[in-house]
Design a protein around this ligand. Structure first.
Ligand SMILES: CC(C)(COP(=O)(O)OP(=O)(O)OC[C@H]1O[C@@H](n2cnc3c(N)ncnc32)[C@H](O)[C@@H]1OP(=O)(O)O)[C@@H](O)C(=O)NCCC(=O)NCCS
Length: 224
């Protein structure tokens, strides 16, 4: 069985880390599109559009074509939102990972390596809106190495780092469509503390909902 090694990020990992992150986030495009289609307002708009076109054109083909175009446009909106998010991350904290994570206090970035290849990532930074907490970020594992327990080890690495520094808890944000990630965090003992829709207009249209999770760390001698 392949040996998984968790180690701190090095500058030569940059490309592999950026790729792992981009692939991981892009995976959520289909599920986000389905999520948007399941929203009652979206269904209402599509049905109204279909009915209006069928009444005005007296044709069946035209409304179907128009609906297909509307769906293609909606999917492009989802791709646009995700690409924007990926570009923002790649040009902010993932641009200079050493500077953002390794040179700052109470922050770190780790990679999971199998046979010398980077297959997973995770990071943590002081949480902006939660006192005495660190925030887990950038969790991603390459598809080729899923269900081997790599994400669990990365979660434990962050919890250990947080506990050693005397922080009370780890917090993190994920989206409702990230089903594997939600299962992972819940299995690792994280509790859902709130749910909210992102304020940007495209996210509102998609009803793109984020979940905040928290893992309270117990004092020395007690288990998580
Ligand atoms: C979520 C993710 C990091 C899990 O990575 P992983 O290394 O495959 O996870 P692990 O093997 O450590 O599995 C840990 C637990 O997560 C849950 N889990 C992970 N993948 C799952 C799946 N496909 N179906 C159901 N549960 C799943 C299970 O509870 C699993 O425990 P088990 O194997 O004992 O049942 C990975 O799927 C991923 O990178 N996804 C894309 C990026 C992403 O969503 N990142 C999170 C952003 S917040």
């Amino acid at each position: 069985m392949a040996t998984i090694q968790i180690r701190k990020y090095r500058d030569e990992d940059s490309e592999a880390v950026r790729d792992t992150y981009t692939l991981g986030i892009s995976e959520h495009v289909p599920s986000s599109f389905m999520h948007m289609l399941k929203q009652p307002p979206t269904q209402m708009v599509l049905i109204c559009l279909f009915c209006a076109l069928i009444t005005s054109s007296k044709s069946f083909l035209f409304p179907i074509l128009a609906l297909t175009l509307a769906l293609a446009g909606a999917r492009q909106l989802v791709v646009y939102v995700f690409n924007g998010h990926i570009d923002t991350s790649l040009s902010s904290d993932l641009k200079n990972i050493s500077e953002t994570y390794l040179k700052q206090k109470d922050s770190c970035f780790w990679v999971a390596e199998v046979d010398g290849v980077v297959v997973g990532t995770v990071a943590c930074v002081p949480a902006e809106n939660a006192l005495a907490c660190l925030e887990l970020k950038r969790m991603s594992v390459r598809r080729s190495h899923r269900r081997m327990g790599i994400a669990k080890v990365l979660c434990r690495t962050v919890a250990e780092f947080t506990r050693e520094r005397g922080f009370a808890a780890v917090v993190l944000f994920t989206s409702v469509v990230a089903t594997d990630a939600k299962k992972l965090y819940e299995d690792m003992g994280y509790k859902k503390i709130r749910q909210f829709v992102l304020p940007e207009l495209p996210a509102k249209i998609m009803n793109f909902t984020m979940i905040e999770y928290r893992l309270d760390l117990q004092r020395e001698g007690k288990s998580e």
